[in-house]
Design a protein around this ligand. Structure first.
Ligand code: ADP
Ligand code: ADP
Length: 233
């Protein structure tokens, strides 16, 4: 029941005549309702790994499989479609559109949807789930930081993703608000089997994860955390 698995994943970037090996042959596996934290110093390959997990990129060598299928065999448009239906993205800055209400922001990824009534129902339901049922018609600058992050999380869930990929999701938030976001992740994992994978510099967040992938210079450093990077447990 692994959603995404990586085997001996190598990722290189070519800049001019220089080759940078950002990931040096790592293994990983993400299962439903996992909570995985990716930690490591700047330049260690965290964003590169997030991009591969998010189907934004493919490995140079090795294999990334989405539910068993090698992602390198997908065309770009297949990969985009799979991404849309498998992955939700949450960033530190929320990228909400200031001229749209909370509800419209959540509906945004499905603006071209053929059944707008269903989209509206789902968006309303999601905003209620994240505790913003009374803020549907508020604009982003009428919302607090934690409320904006919760709108962004609701938006990331509009297509029922199997995996939520987050980059410092509590980075700009105070501890209480961060706790609300972490509690929401726990709820989504328990109730909808959503897997959460987050890059974080905050040990408070990493301590809440059930697996920590510690990257150092493109390798998974085995730091004694349970099954770091292995995905088999
Ligand atoms: P982190 O997110 O941990 O800071 P990154 O995955 O961004 O690490 O980067 C890993 C390595 O790959 C770094 O040496 C970085 O300079 C290099 N790198 C990342 N993206 C690119 C790119 N688009 N072109 C060239 N080198 C890159
Ligand atoms: P929090 O403690 O969650 O960070 P705030 O203290 O920032 O919340 O805001 C408290 C309440 O005031 C929130 O319900 C929010 O919707 C509302 N609010 C915050 N900023 C504005 C604003 N610029 N305009 C209208 N309402 C706001």
């Amino acid at each position: 029941d692994v959603v995404i698995r990586g085997e001996n994943v190598i990722k290189e970037y070519q800049t001019g005549t220089q080759t940078v090996r950002a990931l040096k042959g790592i293994d990983f596996g993400i299962r439903p309702s996992d909570f995985v934290a990716i930690v490591g110093p700047s330049g260690s390959g965290k964003s590169t790994l997030l991009n591969l997990l998010g189907l934004l990129d493919v490995p140079t060598e090795g294999t990334v499989r989405l539910r068993g299928t090698d992602v390198s065999t997908f065309s770009d448009s297949d990969r985009t479609t799979k991404r849309k239906h498998t992955i939700g993205f949450i960033f530190q800055s929320f990228y909400l559109i200031p001229t749209l209400t909370a509800l419209e922001n959540v509906e945004m990824p499905r603006m071209l949807d053929k059944t707008p009534v269903k989209t509206r129902e789902r968006a309303t339901d999601l905003l209620q789930r994240v505790g913003l049922g009374d803020r549907l018609d508020h604009y982003p600058d009428e919302l607090s930081g934690g409320q904006k992050q919760r709108v962004a999380i609701a938006r990331s869930l509009i297509n029922d993703p199997a995996i939520l990929l987050a980059d410092e999701p509590t980075g700009n938030l105070d501890r209480d608000t961060g706790d609300q976001i972490l509690a929401l992740f726990d709820e989504l994992r328990a109730e909808e089997d959503v897997a959460v994978v987050t890059v974080t510099h905050d040990s408070y967040v990493a301590d809440r994860a059930d697996r920590v992938v510690n990257l150092v210079d493109g390798d998974v450093k085995n730091d004694g955390e349970p099954a770091s990077g292995e995905g088999d447990h």
